[in-house]
Design a protein around this ligand. Structure first.
Ligand code: NCD
Length: 301
């Protein structure tokens, strides 16, 4: 039996494992798809809204020859009060070989992994991690830059509530990038510095962007602000990435955004559509990276 494994976070994934997945993604990208998971069943259990992540996992699974089923919280027994573990056990009993899960609570994929036999892939858990996004972001950066080591990667916006930021911080720090975080104190408390060694907080966007190789913009996670009253007008004046601000970065800097972006809030529309933006490329690469992730998790890499 090939060894299956879950992908729950990047914090505990080794550099070797990350490198292996990124290399496999490149193979998936450059060769015609092969149904290496033919006949397997993948359940996509989504308790939160999603467009790109869900479709990306679904297309990736189909390219690998699997049968997929999407279960969303509204329109399933979850609405009738079934617990997460019971839903997971039901999917396992139905013959699911792997469960991809997105959940509003941090840690939900760990609970499934502890209680089920099938591999679990975290597609975003609350404010904790979004490992496949971190992997596809690294993959995209490496399509434009030789190595992650020494790169200045500046993340701007709602770091505190962003699982994308957390996964990226763990991966990029492991590979020696200089990660600079920028945002107001409500969305970026000093405690963020404890996430990984060597992080820096720079509050002024101009200073943060200066000489960056990569500028990663993040959406304000309105659904996770819990009572925090953010002044949107002030926020976009202080933290929006504009063309003028982008000029301070290196001339070959790339602009990233995990989506969904709110044009006119964290990112000026001209920046989102500029040749330096690789936002659609991130989405495109996500399919290959998720093909690699599913192959590794299901033990056929
Ligand atoms: C993000 C998410 O859901 O964490 N989107 C994504 O998966 N690409 C970011 C967000 O919602 O802002």
């Amino acid at each position: 039996m090939p060894r299956t494994r879950s992908l729950l976070d990047l914090e505990h994934l080794s550099r070797d494992d990350i490198t292996f997945i990124l290399k496999l993604a490149r193979t998936m990208h450059t060769r015609a798809p092969r149904p290496r998971l033919k006949g397997k069943r993948i359940a996509l259990l989504f308790y939160e809204a999603s467009t790109r992540t869900r479709v990306s996992f679904e297309f990736a699974a189909k390219l690998l020859g699997t049968h997929t089923s999407i279960i969303s919280a509204t329109a399933s027994s979850v609405e009738k009060g079934e617990s997460l573990v019971d839903t997971g056990k039901t999917l396992q009993a139905l013959g699911a070989d792997c469960i991809v899960v997105r959940h509003p609570s941090s840690g939900a994929p760990y609970v499934l992994a502890r209680n089920l036999r099938v591999p679990i892939i975290n597609a975003g858990d609350g404010m904790h991690e979004h490992p496949s996004q971190g992997l596809l972001d690294a993959y995209t950066i490496l399509r434009h830059k030789k190595s992650l080591k020494g790169l200045k990667v500046t993340m701007i916006g709602d770091i505190q509530h962003s699982r994308v930021a957390r996964s990226n911080i763990h991966l990029l720090s492991k590979f020696g990038a200089q990660v600079v975080l920028c945002g107001p104190a409500e969305l970026l408390p000093e405690t963020a510095l404890t996430l990984a060694p060597g992080l820096k907080i720079v509050r002024h966007i101009e200073e943060a962007v200066r000489k960056s190789d990569v500028v990663m913009m993040l959406r304000v996670q309105k659904e996770r602000l819990a009572g925090l009253n953010l002044d949107s007008e002030k926020y976009h004046i202080q933290y929006q990435l504009t063309l003028d601000r982008l000029k301070l970065a290196k001339s070959d800097a790339i602009v990233m955004h995990p989506g969904p972006m709110v044009r006119g809030m964290e990112i000026q529309t001209e920046v989102a559509d500029s040749p330096q933006a690789v936002i659609e490329e991130q989405v495109h690469n996500g399919v290959y990276v998720r093909m690699a992730v599913m192959s590794v998790c299901m033990g056929v890499a």
